[in-house]
Design a protein around this ligand. Structure first.
Ligand SMILES: Cc1cc2nc3c(=O)[nH]c(=O)nc-3n(C[C@H](O)[C@H](O)[C@H](O)COP(=O)(O)O)c2cc1C
Ligand code: SF4
Ligand code: FES
Length: 618
């Protein structure tokens, strides 16, 4: 390997942060004073085997130093035997990392869809006026605009990162300008209380039944409310029995792609190549999505139990939770639950004395929406830029580090508990023939009672909105954004749309990750479209030309339409947007590019956004 190290040296603190995570260096090559192992450097397989430590090592460095300096980067490269250019490529991939000196206290202020609906632009105006433009370092503190932080039910939201001796992260919800300025320069507030779902305590809930009622930090309470009964039944019926129940349940993945979970599990279980890996996709960065956070914060043991059952059925000995970087409360809850589960023999070498070995590692993302794409997760965990891979080979054949891998969404996994307990056929009776079971929806924006709602598939959009109290007082419904930034707009005339995979497909839309964002007539639609387009442009990993260039051209055309300074007629611009969308759909390798124009095109087609009221001159 051609390692071209920089001259820059790490500071004592930077070196200490990296050594604290990786352990002290054992060779002079890696920075030790004396050779302890008789070799000057590790190479070949030993060096490559450490590569997966890159992202957590960068986290450790960033938490202490507040940025990734050339000296710090150089030392990471040396310790992990990775070329500095490669480390730089990874460090610059993630929005939460800075490779420029930065104030140690950074407030990320959401200006995405739901927060805009809740007045985040005014908040940002006030911050700019009183604190200065974003990025300005005032007394060691600064602020940055941020895409959706997954707190849309409690918008407007922000996220505080304090680096240094005592690094801290906090989600901030329902904030106003005064509170933000106080937090920017003052004490760190306590974690917000985890959200209690509006339906808490109602009978017939399956996925949300414990949330808001049971102490999420207590294994005893989890057990007292039915916890670990499903794992015991799984051990009774054996791996084949669990697979049978999941196949019979007709459970479809809840992460957006709606793939049958039983088929995925069966494919991995039958692969002779070992080991097998299980990944829980908890990246949840689709704007408007927060249901997985609600589960992880409010019922973390349920995820651990369902992952254990999934691993048992598919022959995995190791699992990962890939958690979005902006969820510190969920991180703390999961870490605590993992520790308790290990302590009580519910994870580890011989789970509940059944001779089954399984453990879970938590991996934290660092602000990259694309890392929720299943193959991008592999790249990210392995220590590369979080770029998706071509399929085939599919993850069930060739996944994390090469071996067959199951990737499932948090909500998909927790559905396995009622499936194992009630039986697959009983589960399949809920919902419709092709969309079975309960479904979580994330209601936000201009709805009276935002939050995570659990309903059977087949509930209509109108019924769901009514559950949430309808549109917020004083407003009238202009549209619903269904499925998030990768979804599409639905008009008030189509509120009887049944929320099932098949009805959504037939209608020409998708349920995506379950986003239902209410939009009233006070909202500026062209501005919302610009926000979506900017998000896609920003989050494109840049690997394929149609997506890298198309997302930029789409945003430019929208900006011209919104400003009324079109090139040619409005129709010429709309034709261009349609053409760009087609190219991205046809030639992008992953779902981001393939859906990057869905919301924009649906707004043009269904809401006539630039032809009837968009403010553009023809
Ligand atoms: C750009 C992009 C982002 C994604 N983000 C997520 C995510 O945050 N969580 C998730 O579960 N699936 C996400 N997915 C879908 C995953 O690729 C994958 O289909 C899913 O994790 C499989 O789990 P499931 O079968 O349980 O749905 C994303 C897909 C794309 C294209
Ligand atoms: S479609 Fe976009 S996000 Fe996906 S791999 Fe290509 S460039 Fe990256
Ligand atoms: S937290 Fe602001 S839009 Fe989701």
């Amino acid at each position: 390997m051609d390692l071209r190290l920089l001259d820059a040296e790490p500071t004592t603190d930077e070196r200490a942060a990296i050594d604290a995570f990786l352990g002290p260096p054992v060779s002079t090559w890696a920075g030790a004073d004396a050779v302890e192992d008789g070799h000057s450097a590790h190479g070949g397989h030993a060096a490559r085997a450490q590569r997966h430590q890159l992202l957590p090592t960068l986290h450790a460095l960033h938490e202490k130093a507040g940025w990734i300096s050339p000296g710090g980067l150089n030392y990471v490269a040396r310790r992990l035997t990775i070329p500095p250019a490669d480390v730089y490529g990874v460090a610059t991939f993630y929005a939460l990392f800075s490779v420029q000196p930065r104030a140690p206290r950074v407030l990320h202020v959401c200006n995405d869809l739901a927060c805009r609906c809740a007045g985040s632009d005014k908040l940002i105006e006030a911050l700019t006026e009183r604190v200065g433009a974003h990025g300005t370092d005032t007394d060691g503190a600064t602020w940055e605009p941020s895409p959706c932080l997954g707190q849309c039910d409690r918008a407007p939201a922000a996220f505080l990162i304090q680096s240094g001796e005592d690094p801290t992260e906090r989600e901030l919800t329902n904030v106003d300008a005064e509170a933000l300025i106080e937090i920017l320069y003052g004490a760190t507030p306590a974690f917000p209380k985890s959200a209690t779902p509006p339906q808490a305590g109602q009978p017939n809930l399956r996925l949300l039944r414990r949330i808001g009622l049971v102490d999420p930090e207590s294994l005893d309470q989890y057990r007292a409310h039915g916890g670990y009964a499903a794992l015991r039944r799984a051990f009774d019926i054996g791996p084949e029995g669990v697979l049978r129940e999941v196949l019979d349940s007709k459970l479809m993945g809840r992460g957006g792609a709606a793939f049958p979970t039983g088929r995925k599990w069966d494919a991995v279980a039958r692969q002779p190549r070992r080991p097998h890996y299980l990944i829980c996709n908890a990246d949840e960065s689709e704007p408007g999505t927060f249901k997985d956070r609600v589960i992880m914060e409010g019922d973390p043991f349920s995820l651990i139990e369902s992952m254990t059952i999934a691993a048992y059925a598919t022959g995995c000995e190791r699992g990962y939770v890939y958690l979005r970087g902006e969820y510190p409360l969920a991180q703390g809850r999961l870490e605590g639950a993992l520790e308790q589960a290990r302590h009580h023999g519910l994870l580890g070498e011989d789970i509940l004395g059944h001779g089954f070995r399984f453990d879970i590692e938590l991996r934290k993302g660092a602000g990259a929406y694309i890392c929720g794409e299943e193959t991008a997760i592999f790249s990210s965990i392995e220590g590369y830029r979080g770029e998706p891979r071509n399929k085939p080979p599919f993850p069930v054949q060739r996944g994390l580090f090469g071996p067959p891998t199951v990737v499932n969404n948090v909500e998909t996994l927790v559905n396995v508990l009622p499936i194992v307990l009630e039986g697959g056929p009983a589960f399949a009776q809920i919902g419709t023939e092709r969309s079975t079971g309960p479904k979580l929806f994330c209601l936000s924006g201009a709805v009276a009672q935002p939050g995570t709602y659990e309903v059977p598939f087949g509930t209509t959009l109108r019924e769901l909105l009514e559950l949430a109290g309808g549109i917020s007082a004083g407003g009238s419904l202009r549209a619903v954004l269904l499925g998030g930034a990768a979804g599409s707009f639905i008009t008030p005339d189509d509120m009887d749309l049944k929320l099932t995979f098949e009805d959504a497909r037939e209608f020409g839309t998708t349920l995506g990750s379950g986003v239902v964002l209410g939009i009233d007539d006070a909202m500026d639609l062209p501005e919302l479209l610009m926000t979506i387009a900017a998000f896609m442009r920003d989050e494109s990993c840049g690997q394929c030309v149609p997506c890298r260039v198309g997302t930029v051209r789409q945003e430019e055309a929208l900006a011209r339409l919104a400003s009324g300074r079109t090139r040619g007629t409005v129709q010429d611009e709309l034709n261009l947007i349609a053409e760009i969308g087609q190219a991205m759909r046809d030639a992008s390798i992953c779902g981001l590019g393939q859906t990057a124009s869905s919301a924009v095109e649906s707004a043009i087609a269904r809401l006539a956004v630039f032809t009837s009221n968009g403010g553009a001159t023809p």
